[in-house]
Design a protein around this ligand. Structure first.
Ligand code: CO
Ligand code: CO
Length: 313
């Protein structure tokens, strides 16, 4: 593999690796796995698989096949739990139109599950995170707050209705939001996961040499998030995210610490962040919301590079 055929590797800040094959086609590959964030093993399998596929979709690529990665305490938990996790993953892969063709499992203290996903894309259709332009609109395709809700689930603090909503959001594939990008002049995209909205947006800004303004009031949060944050329920990762970004993110002084954590919340299987011309944003948001049955929203726009990489207005 010569280095000129590595299109996106460790030096890029995209999450998936992109490599050019001899015939000029690009292979896109990614790996993701984590510990359970919901109690239901089938739902955990669905969410882990949707999350693993997300880095493929964030680049506008098409997944082709996947492999399972499994850690499981085989002596401490009934085998049925593992079967349900794998069934959730298999069903999600099926929905994405791909087979799971193998994998690897180990005995582990805590369950872990995810996929290695291989996809492909024509070089002229590849969407990277480094092309956002001043004046572009910034769209987020899913509501925020899955980290806060998952923490509340672990402490048994939320109603079934709130859990159901959050699970639907996390288990929804970014497939439709991704495919739709090819009908618009999308300049850049990434997906929102562990580093949260501010972390992933700042990577997009740095790679694109622009800054961004986001409007807190335009961000849609999952049902239950506001109440939980006011009770100080949030994951340690979201606090660490906020600490990390505070060097280059400015908040207008009306925001409380709780609200800042909400915007920095570590996401599992979050939506796509999409940069596209302001003139196309209404159409993209409308179609995306219809196709995914989740509210996509313009949450801000890109501005010339300035001292603060992100300003929350
Ligand atoms: Co990832
Ligand atoms: Co990603």
């Amino acid at each position: 593999m010569t280095s000129e055929n590595v299109i996106v590797g460790f030096n890029g800040s995209d999450d998936a690796a992109v490599v050019r094959l001899n015939d000029g086609k690009l292979i896109v590959q990614t790996v993701d796995f984590f510990t359970p964030i919901v109690n239901d093993p089938y739902q955990f399998g669905q969410i882990a698989a949707a999350n693993s596929l997300s880095d493929i979709y964030a680049m506008g690529a098409i997944p082709k096949f996947a492999l399972n990665i499994v850690g499981f305490p085989i002596k401490d938990l009934p085998k049925e739990v593992l079967i349900e996790i794998l069934r959730g993953g298999t069903d999600k892969a099926k929905e994405a139109g791909i087979p799971i063709v193998g994998g690897h499992s180990i005995d582990d203290i805590e369950p872990k599950y995810g996929l290695v996903v291989t996809g492909e894309i024509a070089e002229n259709k590849l969407v990277k995170n480094n092309g956002a332009q001043t004046g572009d609109a910034l769209v987020l395709t899913k509501p925020l707050g899955t980290g806060i809700i998952s923490t509340a689930i672990k402490r048994d603090l939320v109603s079934d209705e709130i859990v159901k909503n959050a699970v639907k959001c996390m288990a929804t594939l970014n497939e439709k939001a991704s495919k739709l990008m090819h009908s618009f002049d999308v300049h850049a995209a990434t997906d929102v996961t562990g580093f949260g909205l501010l972390g992933h947006l700042s990577e997009m800004c740095k790679a694109s040499n622009v800054s961004a303004e986001i409007n807190f009031d335009q961000i849609i949060f999952l049902e239950g998030v506001t109440g939980l944050i006011n009770d100080d329920i949030f994951p340690g990762g979201s606090k660490r995210n906020l600490d990390f970004v505070s060097k280059f993110v400015s908040f207008s002084n009306t925001y409380t610490h709780a609200q800042k954590i909400m915007v920095a919340d570590a996401q599992t299987s979050g939506g796509l962040l999409v940069a596209l011309p302001q003139s196309q944003v209404d159409e993209y948001v409308k179609k995306c919301s219809e196709l995914t049955d989740l509210p996509a929203k313009q949450i801000g726009s890109f501005t010339p590079l300035s001292e603060n990489i992100i300003s929350v207005l």
